[in-house]
Design a protein around this ligand. Structure first.
Ligand code: SAM
Length: 287
């Protein structure tokens, strides 16, 4: 694509009093649309998660504009001011450091608050790590669940891991490189080593890699490696059960949950046996 192509498409004037939610690249700076560049160059001001990151994009495309910082720490303070500016007729773009604002990044709350005030919001779509990883994983991509980063607190984390183990849809998870191995071991414990998974690392960047295909393989691959870069995991949903097929991993997890919640082994086994229409001894033996 030549610069002429970009220039010939720089026609859309930002509308007055509109908040633009603008997607930016997740690594490769070329992954930005001419429309996004135009809006970033021509709105009244750009609210950025980190002005230094946004400046890199602006410099790359030789554009400049008023940048202000808008992040997790200052967003509740700044939102009323931005709403006042929008009501006064200014056009504002919101961008995060990478990808789509509002996806594990600032943006969600201001969009909500702005809409409550009757102000229009227009999205200029761009890259999103979750979708980029999903569509290149080879796993079912039409129906999926996006979990973002898993909670850190054990009880909340185990609840989500349990849900992932049971769900039949593909799940997308974000994780930091230094916590990847811990998460893979937890997924192994909850889903078993045969569960299909793709670890997408450094998408759109020079050292992009896609590591699959099941948890056994992926754990082995990363075992002696120092994990670096940005990571998105795509986990295949559980295969639907055949009639009367017993899922021992699920039953064991449920048994552990009940015991953790205070039931005795005997009471928990009795309850699960009745629920699943099977002998108590089968459940008891799982422990
Ligand atoms: N708003 C972003 C989006 O639309 O994808 C996500 C922001 S979230 C704070 C950052 C996380 O996204 C990273 O920790 C990683 O899990 C994932 N991520 C971002 N860029 C990535 C990349 N190039 N490759 C793989 N995962 C990436």
């Amino acid at each position: 694509m030549t610069n002429n192509f970009l220039l010939s498409h720089r026609k859309e004037e930002p509308e007055k009093g509109v908040l633009y939610v603008v997607g930016t690249p997740i690594g490769n700076l070329e992954d930005i649309s001419p429309r996004a560049i135009n809006i970033l160059a021509n709105v009244s001001l750009v609210a950025c998660e980190d002005t230094r990151q946004t400046k890199k994009i602006m410099n790359k495309f030789s554009i400049s504009n008023n940048l202000i910082s808008f992040n997790k720490e200052n967003s509740s303070n700044k939102t009323p001011k931005l709403i006042a500016e929008l009501k006064a007729g200014k056009s504002i773009a919101i961008v995060s450091d990478a990808g789509m604002p509002g996806i594990c990044d600032p943006g969600e709350n201001i969009v909500n608050e702005v809409k409550l005030e009757g102000i229009s919001v227009i999205c200029i779509p761009g890259a999103c790590a979750a979708i980029t990883a999903l569509v290149s994983s080879g796993l079912p991509s039409s129906k999926f669940i996006f979990e973002g980063f898993l909670p850190k607190k054990n009880i909340d984390r185990e609840k989500i891991l349990f849900e992932i183990s049971k769900n039949e849809k593909t799940t997308i998870v974000y994780e930091s490189p230094h916590r990847l191995k811990k998460l893979l071991n937890e997924l192994f414990e909850f889903c078993g080593g045969e569960r299909e998974i793709v670890v997408a690392r450094e998408l759109t960047k020079k050292f992009e890699e896609h590591v699959g295909k099941n948890l056994n393989d992926v754990i082995l691959y990363f075992k002696d490696k120092e994990v670096m870069g940005e990571i998105t995991l795509i986990i295949r949903g559980r295969k639907s059960k055949q009639n009367n097929e017993l899922d021992k991993i699920d039953l064991k997890k449920e048994l552990n949950e009940l015991i953790k919640a205070g039931l005795s082994l005997s009471a928990a086994s009795k309850y699960l046996a009745k629920k699943n229409g099977i002998k108590k001894s089968i459940i008891y033996n799982l422990s």
